[in-house]
Structures are given as structure tokens and as C-alpha cells.
Design a protein around this ligand. Sequence first.
Ligand code: ZN
Length: 169
Amino acid sequence: MCGTNSDYADSAGHSRIEALKVRDIMTPEPRALLPDETVSRAATLMRDADVGMIPVIRSLKNRELVGLITDRDIVVRHVAAHHDWDCSVEDHMSAENLTSVEADDEIFRAIRLMKDALIRRIPVTDSDGRLVGIVALADIARQLGPEAPTTVEELLERVSEPAHLPAHV
Ligand SMILES: [Zn+2]
């Protein structure tokens, strides 16, 4: 019934996705913005890529993750504030308590963060905090085969939580 044709499913219908690391599933070298680019540029990228969040990096050279900007940030902090000039990404991005995972984290950590933060995409960094990828709910779901779930809740029902991880990470 659930994903039994998938190479990643065991006989109980549970996915072996638990064994995967974030780096096994992430999209490497994701599109990113620089802090001094404009919010209209950010909005254009979001439209063209059909995404609602783009990571912000310090420079093209060191790629340190310094912020995240979402379509909601632009609507709430820019449009709704009646800014009629083109602010920089840095003016409206979130720069503290960024939700991110490291490439060597277990994929379940990304799934739980998606559930807790109500997001579908998470930036991936290396151990030095440099942006190396994006992991999306759709990428994880794809690993579960043709009957892939489309929501985090469905995904969590299909993926058994590793026993050694705390309930809240
Ligand atoms: Zn603004």
C-alpha cells in the first residue's frame, strides 16, 4: 500500500530514508542572493524558480550563510510597509536563528525542522557555515517512490523516527 515498490521501502512499508544524510538528497550549489542585491531581484528569482525562500550568502567567494529571505519577508516588511524604493535584501532578510542543517546531518533532522518551522525547504551548510545545498520536502518525498507523500505530516507518518534522536532537535 505505501511505497512497497520503492527500493527505499522495507517490508513494513517504512522507508530506509532514515539511513540517509542530508547530502544524499540535497540539491547542491543552490541559487543564492548577496546582501546588497535588491528585494525586487529576490522577488524575480522567487518567481522564476517557483520558490518562497532564497538563502543569502556573504560573498560569492566564501558563501557563508548570513540570512534567509522569504516571499513573506518581502510582503510584510517591504510591500506592507509602503516602501516605494528598492531596498536591499539585507534590509529585510532574517539573519538570526536561521533554520539550516549541515550536509552530514541525518535527513530526519531536516524533516523535523520542516515540521516544526512549517517550511518546505532548508538551506544546507558545511561545518564552516558555508552554503552547500538546499534540501526540499519534494526531494525527500521523491526518495519514497511513486506514491510519495506531499506534506510533511504525511512524510513523517511514512518515515520512522530514529530511536537515537531526541524527540525535539
Ligand atoms: Zn523595503
